[in-house]
Write a protein that binds this ligand. Structure first.
Ligand code: BTN
Length: 328
């Protein structure tokens, strides 16, 4: 979406009526610029009511990202986080990966209202609607080598579950290796990209995409069931408070991970494991698949699968329930 459309969205964000004239005056632009802004917002999928004599109104108020609100909710953790909010980027992960070598500090967080080339795991695209998701990446530096970061994505997933459960999403669980799921579908995904030496130091760009509001366009673009936080919580979600809550728990698990790796977090992770001790099918990267009981995860984050001939560690693959005698 272009800058004018974003400015118009900001002017309408509270869900109240605003006349075209008022919006133009507030933004310091012409009435016709506002008209184009409204047109582009409608084109982007926002439902806008127009009433003669009253002006325009967003059908649903929207909480836009605001650095000051996030910083104040971060409280003591604010010193450890440097927040950068952008309206549109290609991918927050791609942006931070380009900056790892430029010596930027550990704790830099890039949040975007819109990504036009969001990246998912396994080369997939990540789709999210404007204002209806949280899409951000956090750069974190480790003394450890890149190889020792196995298990990091599971640790981050646990941090997200802690924060979401504290925010009222009691039923959120983890699907190996690092999806957040509910019975309705996938709520959030994590993409970690690492740079650095095998022996250390290393840097991780931790990208998180979380669905906040129901968004029919986004659902249509995604080929799997989707869950969203507002439906789960049954109430509007303030994305700034949510982001602060997520960052605080992520920082806590990153500190634990930097000190002792995934091992001390493993038991808690298994408590939230949606497939713990269930029969699953694991699609392997080479196209083969194996069926067995998911016995949990190892200290390096590998999935422990008992396929009848002893427990085998799997470091990659996609878990599914299809074809194992239970609904997927
Ligand atoms: C997955 O496939 O489950 C991982 C999705 C990760 C998406 C997030 S959105 C913010 C960050 N920037 C990206 O381009 N991807 C991650």
């Amino acid at each position: 979406m272009n800058t004018m459309a974003f400015q118009t969205l900001r002017a309408l964000a509270d869900g109240a009526f605003h006349s075209g004239e008022d919006i133009a005056r507030t933004l310091g632009v012409t009435r016709s610029a506002v008209w184009y802004g409204i047109r582009d917002l409608s084109g982007a999928g926002f439902a806008i009511e127009k009433v003669r004599g009253r002006g325009y109104r967003l059908e649903h108020a929207i909480s836009l990202l605001d650095a000051a609100s996030v910083q104040s909710a971060l409280a003591a953790d604010a010193q450890r986080i440097e927040l950068e909010i952008r309206e549109v980027v290609d991918s927050t992960n791609a942006q931070l990966m380009q900056r790892v070598g430029a010596g930027v500090r550990s704790g830099l967080v890039l949040v975007a209202e819109e990504q036009n080339a969001g990246r998912g795991r396994r080369g997939r695209a990540w789709h999210s609607g404007i204002g209806s998701a949280l899409t951000f990446s956090l750069l974190w530096r480790f003394a450890q080598g890149a190889r020792e970061l196995a298990g990091l994505s599971l640790a981050v997933g646990l941090g997200l579950v802690r924060a979401l459960r504290a925010a009222g999403a009691a039923g959120v669980q983890l699907k190996w290796p690092n999806d957040l799921v509910t019975p309705d579908g996938k709520l959030a995904g994590i993409l970690i990209e690492v740079q650095g030496d095998v022996l250390g130091p290393s840097a991780a760009v931790i990208g998180i995409g979380l669905n906040v509001r129901p968004d029919p366009r986004m659902r249509a673009a995604i080929d799997q069931p989707v869950a969203d936080l507002e439906t789960i919580a049954g109430a509007p979600v303030d994305r700034n408070l949510l982001l602060a809550g997520l960052l605080r728990e992520i920082v806590a698990v990153l500190d634990a991970f930097a000190a002792q790796g995934f091992a001390p977090l493993r038991e808690e992770w298994q408590r939230f494991h949606v497939h713990q001790n269930r029969k699953v099918r694991l699609m392997l990267p080479d196209g083969n698949e194996v069926t067995g009981v998911a016995c949990g995860v190892a200290e390096d984050g590998a999935l422990l699968l008992d396929a009848g001939n002893g427990i085998v560690r799997h470091h990659s693959g996609e878990v599914s329930l299809r074809g194992v005698g239970v609904p997927a």
